[in-house]
Design a protein around this ligand. Structure first.
Ligand code: PGA
Length: 255
């Protein structure tokens, strides 16, 4: 089902594998039309199915990431790529190593720099030097965050350090089954950074996200739900959801 509204597109698929496949199609088409695309991928549980599809397609030679640039979306302040709680390390394991991304294709967030503010500015410059992001694939946080843009993040926020909410730290702790301490702060691309991407995909899977997806799409755009700010991207935004995540949406039920 595809619904156009406020100019963005909502695609609802029957289940998680179908939604993962659909999101992977968008990534694949971006690469096919622009082999040197600049892309950011989400962390979290949601994208794992999409990553499997992309890795399988790359292994079969159907898509080629060798010209792509990958920009990391978010990372904890002070962690190194070798730390067990590093999102960059995690992304390497679940996707980047599988699709052959080399270190010179990967732009990591400068979370161990002495001057985090200046370094975040240089990260933004690196995105601009590539002509901006071609594709931002994002997940939806339980509190409405995108990347680590927590509630209150402004529409024009840039890459910066942010203090994590207790809810986000709790969510992150579950990724590592509570065994690894989660830092208080993270560096994240800003909402404004993401909104400048030529294409944005918000991938939302599972019933646990249903209420937050309704708030994201059906309540007024608000910094209380940072994901809702993505709607201002209009036709550059595609939301890909499974039926469970879309189950609270009146725009789906009314059809
Ligand atoms: P999840 O996280 O995929 O693990 O639910 C989404 C997010 O916080 O972006």
């Amino acid at each position: 089902m595809v619904i156009g509204s406020e100019n963005w597109t909502l695609t609802v698929l029957s289940d998680a594998p179908a939604a993962s496949e659909s999101a992977a199609d968008i990534v694949s088409n971006t690469l096919l039309s622009k082999p040197d695309a600049a892309i950011t991928f989400p962390t979290g549980a949601t994208p794992l199915g999409m990553f499997d599809v992309l890795a399988a397609r790359a292994a079969r030679g159907e898509i080629d990431f060798s010209g792509a640039s990958i920009f990391c979306l978010d990372e904890y302040v002070g962690v190194t790529d070798e730390d067990p709680n590093s999102f960059t390390r995690w992304l390497r394991e679940v996707l980047l190593d599988r699709i052959g991304i080399k270190s010179d294709q990967l732009h990591t967030l400068p979370v161990t720099a002495d001057d985090l503010f200046a370094s975040a500015g240089k990260f933004e410059e690196a995105i601009s030097a590539r002509g901006g992001l071609d594709l931002a694939v994002l997940g939806l946080g339980p509190n409405g965050h995108v990347g680590y843009n927590e509630p209150g993040s402004s529409v024009d926020s840039r890459t910066r350090v942010i203090t994590l909410t207790p809810q986000s730290r709790h969510q992150a702790s579950a990724y590592w089954e509570g065994s690894i301490p989660i830092p208080d702060q993270a560096m994240t691309m800003g909402v404004g950074t993401l909104l400048e991407s030529k294409q944005i995909v918000l991938l939302v899977i599972g019933e646990a996200k249903a209420v937050m997806l309704r708030r994201t799409l059906e309540e007024p755009v608000s910094t209380d739900v940072p994901a809702s700010l993505l709607r201002t991207a209009g036709s550059r935004l595609t939301i890909v959801a499974d039926e469970a995540a879309a189950s609270e949406l009146s725009i789906v039920h009314s059809r």
